[in-house]
Design a protein around this ligand. Structure first.
Ligand code: A2P
Length: 274
């Protein structure tokens, strides 16, 4: 807690407005591109969540009211800290400021996790597809580091579509570290398939994942059969347009959308704009 002195009237105002249990301390920050960064914060002792869920986080606004946005928790449920992955919008009310946070700063975190990208919302299956665009990778960063994901499925296919190669970095590093992870490395062996694509910058695999599903390229590249509701489960997280397009493709293949209260073959959530 910041010590309140007469020399720091601004801190005094902020500190008095953050309800104590909702203030968390930034422990590390990493910038990937001009428009993407990740950060870690302390975790409230009482916070329990299911990998894939989101919480409201933010900063105190200039008006003295909290400025909060929904952020998927990118760290797994067992992690001592919480990790988040964010865009930077230069004139965005929150991320124009949030992008400048440093270790030791405080953010606001409302400890009420919710969301549909959870194992409970899917019926048992053999192969899990995780379809992400942009910062939609965040909930999958959590799920991929959770042992439950590897206990439940024989195969996990991660697709991530971004405009440029550098935007894939956060996800690529998490995926590439999985086989060496002391907790789940052995479970991951032989089960993980990674399929990154770019749509603007030249890379080994180009194209929107929706196009690559429609023309069958993703299945040919990975040596997998077409989507089958008896085998395949899917979680989707990206822009609204992406979600709608992929939902149509999954439904065409016979998969049905599930929810916590009514599990089925796929679940969808919009990637939140910070
Ligand atoms: P594209 O470059 O063809 O628009 P954004 O940065 O706009 O959120 O997009 C992130 C990635 O998602 C980009 O590679 C973008 O491709 C892709 N994308 C955007 N909309 C869709 C969609 N409706 N279906 C599939 N991919 C999409």
């Amino acid at each position: 807690m910041t010590q309140m002195t007469e020399q720091r009237p601004v801190d005094q105002t902020v500190a008095s407005k953050i309800a104590l249990p909702d203030a968390q301390t930034v422990t590390s920050v990493r910038h990937f591109t001009d428009s993407l960064f990740s950060f870690r914060v302390t975790r409230p002792r009482s916070l329990r969540f299911r990998s894939g869920e989101f919480v409201m986080i933010g900063l105190m606004g200039e008006s003295g009211k909290p400025l909060l946005r929904a952020y998927s928790i990118a760290s797994p449920a067992w992690d001592e800290e919480l990790e988040f992955y964010s865009i930077k919008v230069q004139d965005g009310p929150l991320t124009s400021r949030l992008q400048h946070i440093q270790p030791g700063d405080e953010i606001i975190l409302r400890p009420k996790p919710v969301g549909t990208l959870v194992h409970d919302a899917l019926l048992p299956g053999n192969r899990l597809w995780l379809f992400a665009t942009g910062t939609g990778f965040a909930p999958f960063a959590s799920l991929l580091r959770d042992p439950e994901t590897w206990e439940k499925y024989d195969e996990v296919v991660v697709t991530h579509t971004c405009r440029d190669v550098a935007e894939l970095t956060y996800g690529r590093e998490i995926v590439e570290a999985l086989p060496d992870d002391p907790l789940i490395g052995e479970m991951v062996a032989g089960k993980l398939r990674y399929y990154p694509t770019t749509t603007r910058e030249v890379s080994p695999k180009m194209g929107r994942i929706t196009t690559l599903i429609e023309n069958g390229e993703v299945f040919a590249d990975l040596g997998l059969p077409p989507l089958d509701p008896g085998v395949d489960r899917a979680m989707v997280c990206g822009s609204l347009a992406f979600n709608l397009d992929i939902k149509a493709l999954l439904e065409k293949a016979g998969l049905r959308e599930g929810a916590n209260s009514d599990p089925a073959e796929f679940v969808i959530e919009k990637a939140f704009v910070g």
